[in-house]
Design a protein around this ligand. Structure first.
Ligand code: S3P
Length: 446
């Protein structure tokens, strides 16, 4: 997102029952990867259902700067003419990844084993986020990074002229770091290994196999050991991007919270590395039917019928579930505020280094709306007030974070008094049609 976007205050108030079909846009993680893997294949990759959110558009622009031809043919329909593994050219200008941690970290990985230099920057949110978690493993390949104090952007990365393959055990559960190492490993001769203790989203592994890379995943006592053979020739693919379960979480949650609602959300991913929120909602007693299970774009999906559930119960979310629902804790904490009893979320310190410090942003906003919160570095506890009992009547700060903005707007749809956000503009990064889609379902937003 441009650093100069003007703040857009927005307010949501008690809404009529939500009804209808919520067709959410394409998956953000898969959209970034479709563009990046397309750029590393030789020939033309065709993409349908691409998320045209600002984060993904910034990655498309970056792929052009590195020499790929990226063309839009119609809504969601794009093609990428790739330059092949190791074929990136040196960009002539700074690469601006806007608000996107996924964009910058995956692109850094992709260029780290090619003998070119690039400088990366982003908006005020991205410039605060730690890049050391990717530049440390990329240094093992032979790349060198020169950033601001604390490993922050802007940062210049000098790709390795003679890369060597690496064996890297992830110190944090992060699909971005895992993917950066795998992307760097593509242009290193020999076998690159990544070991993850807890499984994180596996889209890179699935897509690398689809594009023809040699990749093996083994479950051992250490966790998942992923072995990639370097210097493959990636074959261009046709990629049908499935809908984003992290975006679907917002209309699903709104329907659970707004009295009388009954909606259908088609094509929601059931990928086990992404479905933690849905398991949690079912445990809380949510009325969700998983209909018509099938495969779309290489991912297991189902159509969700979601009905208002007035008696959701607070639960203790198993900490080992965190990687499969890491982006969903902000909206879960809104659900928790409308459940009875307390919801305990432990093992969530990664939330502190997302687009904002999400524990702090949710805690302060919920407190302003009359909800009792307990928190420590790695924990968020929400004391539920029961369905429709959150007082509201406050303005939450969104800190350039799309998921904080959408979460508080959903709270406003079921709280006693309206809830406002100081800036809804970041929503375009992941869910550009959020406002019209929610209004069509019956939300009072504006
Ligand atoms: C993503 C990984 C996660 C997630 C982000 C998308 C990805 O980040 O929060 O929205 O596409 O790989 P981390 O790798 O920091 O956990």
């Amino acid at each position: 997102m441009s650093a100069h976007t003007e703040a857009q205050p927005m307010q949501a108030s008690k809404s009529g029952p939500l009804k209808g079909v919520a067709e959410v846009p394409g998956d953000k993680s898969i959209s970034h990867r479709a563009l990046i893997f397309g750029a590393m294949a030789v020939g033309e990759t065709k993409i349908t259902g691409l998320l045209e959110g600002q984060d993904v558009l910034d990655t498309a622009r970056a792929m052009q700067a590195f020499g790929a031809e990226v063309t839009q043919h119609g809504p969601g329909a794009w093609s990428v003419h790739g330059v092949g593994v190791g074929g990136f050219r040196e960009p002539v200008d700074m690469i601006d990844c806007g608000n996107s941690g996924t964009g910058v970290r995956l692109i850094m990985g992709t260029m780290a084993t090619t003998a070119i230099t690039a400088t990366f920057t982003g908006d005020a949110s991205l410039r605060k986020r730690p890049m050391g978690r990717v530049t440390e493993p990329l240094a093992l390949f032979g790349a060198r990074a020169y950033g601001r104090q604390g490993g922050r952007l802007p940062m210049t990365l000098v790709g390795a002229a003679n890369p060597v393959p690496v064996r890297y055990a992830l110190p944090v559960a992060s699909a971005q770091v895992k993917s950066a190492v795998l992307l760097a490993g593509l242009n290193a001769p020999g076998e690159t290994m990544v070991i993850e203790k807890e499984p994180t989203r596996d889209h890179s592994e699935r897509m690398l196999l689809g594009f023809g890379a040699k990749l093996n995943v083994e479950r051992t006592g250490e966790g998942h050991v992923i072995t990639l053979t370097g210097r493959p020739e990636l074959r261009p693919q046709t990629v049908a991007v499935p809908r984003d379960p992290s975006s679907a979480a917002f209309p699903v949650s709104a329907a659970l919270l707004v009295d009388g609602s009954d909606i259908t959300v088609p094509g929601v991913s059931q990928n086990l590395t992404r479905n933690g929120l849905y398991l949690t909602l079912v445990e809380m007693g949510a009325s969700i039917e998983f209909m018509n299970p099938r495969e779309e774009g290489g991912e297991p999906v189902a159509d969700l019928r979601v009905r208002f559930t007035g008696d959701l119960k607070g639960i203790e979310v198993p900490p080992e579930r965190a990687p499969s629902m890491i982006d969903e804790y902000p909206i879960l904490s809104v659900i928790a505020a409308n459940a009875t009893g307390k919801t305990v979320m432990r093992g969530v310190k990664e939330l502190r280094v997302k687009e904002s410090d999400r524990i702090d942003a949710m805690a302060r906003g919920l407190e302003a709306c009359g909800v009792v919160i307990e928190e420590d570095e790695d924990t968020l506890i929400v004391h539920g007030l029961g369905a429709g009992n959150v007082p509201g009547g406050a303005t939450a700060k969104t800190h350039l974070d799309h998921r904080i903005a959408m979460s508080f707007l959903i709270l406003g749809m079921c709280a006693k008094k309206p809830v406002a956000v100081d800036d809804a503009s970041p929503i375009v990064t992941s869910f550009p049609i959020f406002v019209p889609l929610m209004k069509r379902l019956g939300a009072t937003l504006g």
